[in-house]
Design a protein around this ligand. Structure first.
Ligand SMILES: NC(=O)CC[C@H](N)C(=O)O
Length: 224
């Protein structure tokens, strides 16, 4: 059986995710105990064949409107709410998956999955976008120098259900309440979200490799 990783391709930086997953499949296939493939997803038939879905960066308002106007929203909603499926939302994908938005919420019908409140454009506009090397070794072994790119990025302002949602990474920078900015989290063991774009780390596939091993393969084996 082949495990299929879908990358939602309604809008945004989906091709970069496809390329990173393809590189993982080629370079690390001996470390994966299953055959894997990656496809772009634009409709319910393509989605139906997936075990996992990556929702890329872009504009969450556009993603949401396209999904609604093409009649694809309910298929996406049902897919992401299935615990047998593995989900990763990056940046706009994090916003699209979240239950609550604290700003610019009126046009986004989210997928109401992630039990968090999110602030859009938390670092400011495009001009405030940046790339910085971070130590993620607290959750990705030996990954202490990952180049994380933030582009008009959101942050998680509040964890609505600490039982289900675990913070993976908080930046040093503080928000108005004095807490570090939450930029990576997981819900249960099948949903990952990041404010930043590992797919834009041009030569570095460690984050995607970790997602495949820790989320896709583990969740697949959980329901095998
Ligand atoms: N790089 C991104 O995905 C930006 C997200 C975008 N600012 C939004 O609010 O949807």
């Amino acid at each position: 059986m082949t495990i299929v990783i879908g990358v939602l391709a309604l809008q945004g930086a989906f091709i970069e995710h496809v390329r990173h997953v393809e590189r993982c499949i080629v370079e690390n296939k001996d470390q994966y105990n299953e055959k894997l493939s990656v496809i772009t997803v634009r409709d319910k038939d393509q989605l139906a064949g997936c075990n996992a879905l990556v929702i890329p960066g872009g504009e969450s308002t556009s993603m949401s409107l396209i999904a609604q106007r093409t009649g694809f929203y309910s298929d996406l909603y049902n897919f992401v709410h299935d615990p047998k499926k593995t989900i990763w939302g990056t940046c706009a994908g994090l916003i699209f998956l979240s239950q609550q938005l604290s700003n610019e919420a009126k046009l986004v019908k989210t997928l109401d999955l992630l039990k968090v409140k999110v602030k859009r454009n938390a670092f400011g506009r495009q001009a405030q976008s940046f790339t910085q090397t971070y130590d993620f070794s607290s959750f990705i072994p030996n990954c202490n120098d990952f180049p994380a790119t933030f582009i008009r990025a959101p942050v998680i302002e509040k964890i609505l259900d600490p039982e289900e949602v675990q913070v993976l990474c908080k930046l040093e920078e503080k928000d108005n309440s004095g807490q570090g900015l939450i930029v990576a989290a997981k819900q249960n063991d099948n949903i990952l979200v990041t404010s930043f774009h590992p797919e834009l780390a041009e030569t570095d596939i460690r984050f995607h490799d970790w997602f495949i091993k820790e989320f896709v393969l583990k969740n697949f084996n959980r329901y095998k």
